[in-house]
Design a protein around this ligand. Structure first.
Ligand code: NDP
Length: 303
């Protein structure tokens, strides 16, 4: 078997195009430019790259981008005050606080200080609760949301499929499992304490790997024809001197390609979807504030 490669770059580009159209449409309809604020605390190099990419893509879809850069030693209360300012800023319709935060700051407290209506990362406890219970319309965390769009591009009807999610973080594993359950999959969640994990994954029609362990999931973990969504982003030292570090997923890609029916590459799979979904969530947030619908084409892409 030769796996179909799920092209996250292309799907994300098409989603960003629809977001751009929606932004323009909402501007015509309401007279407002949509605004997304990203708060970055400290100088973590990976976070700086993410924030730069987010700002660039925000502007490309016609939204206003606000970047709030704060020192690593900022007291927690000052950060909470900044979030509160953004909550009241009428030019800001989406707020994202880049994680991880420095150790002296309570991440949960900061996330829950964001206005639920502007919580475009979907990490606020009310949004998690809405996702879990189906009460009202939840803001869905961007990475799992992107995974679902990619998954549906190859498996349009997920009902009854056995999906195994590797990882149980609040950011990826748990909301991913919830979304799969909401799509009527039979869901198994595995984590670092799971016993005989390979026996479980070998029963899966779908594997979503989000463990942060480079190339751990090999073909031995898979039944032929499985669909693989690889969320992992791991940096390995370069193979040869002078080269850049290598980015690999949690799945041994070349090995898996011989067994899986479809697979997301790393890079170029789930990664590009995350920012595209963040932008889509900002459109959703603004439309909800205005009590209007998002354009049908965008709504279709979000599934
Ligand atoms: P976390 O470290 O928060 O969670 C990792 C999870 O994997 C934990 O639940 C852990 O179990 C589980 N785990 C670790 N080792 C094993 C193992 N050997 N077998 C089974 N389960 C294991 O990571 P995140 O969820 O934040 O991220 C996961 C990966 O996804 C990372 O590589 C990260 O870089 C990537 N990522 C990619 C994004 C993208 O945009 N593409 C966005 C976010 C993350 P336990 O709970 O028991 O410790």
């Amino acid at each position: 078997m030769v796996a179909k490669i799920i092209d996250g770059k292309a799907v994300a580009a098409s989603l960003r195009e629809e977001v751009g159209i929606a932004v323009e449409h909402l501007k015509q309809q309401t007279g407002n430019v949509l605004g997304l604020a990203v708060v970055l605390v400290g100088e973590d190099p990976a976070s700086q790259v993410y924030v730069r990419n987010k700002a660039k893509q925000t502007k490309e879809v016609g939204m206003e981008s606000f970047e709030i850069r704060l020192p690593a030693d900022i007291p927690e209360q000052k950060l909470l005050d900044e979030v509160e300012k953004l909550n009241h800023d009428t030019k800001v319709h989406g707020i994202l606080v880049q994680l991880p935060l420095p150790a002296h700051i309570d991440e949960t407290k900061v996330i829950n200080a964001i206005d639920v209506a502007k919580d475009v990362d979907g990490f606020h406890v009310i949004n998690s609760g809405k996702l879990a219970t189906g009460q009202g319309s939840a803001m869905i965390p961007c990475t799992p949301m992107g995974c679902m769009i990619l998954l549906r591009s190859v498996v349009p009807d997920l009902s009854g499929k056995h999906a195994v999610v590797l990882g149980r973080s609040n950011i990826v594993g748990k909301p991913m499992a919830q979304l799969l359950l909401n799509a009527s999959c039979t869901v198994t969640i595995c984590h670092s304490r799971t016993q005989n994990v390979q026996e479980i994954t070998r029963q899966a029609d779908i594997i979503v790997a989000a463990i942060g362990r480079p190339e751990m999931v090999t073909s031995e973990w898979m039944k032929p024809g499985v669909v693989i969504i690889d969320v992992g982003i791991n940096r390995l030292p370069p193979e040869h001197e002078g080269e850049k570090p290598r980015l690999v997923g949690d799945v041994a890609y070349a090995d898996a390609c011989g067994v899986a029916a479809a697979i997301t590459p790393v890079p170029g799979g789930v990664g590009p979807m995350t920012i595209a979904c963040l932008l889509a969530n900002t459109v959703k947030a603004y439309a909800a504030m205005q009590q209007t619908e998002i354009p049908e084409n965008l709504s279709k892409q979000l599934g």
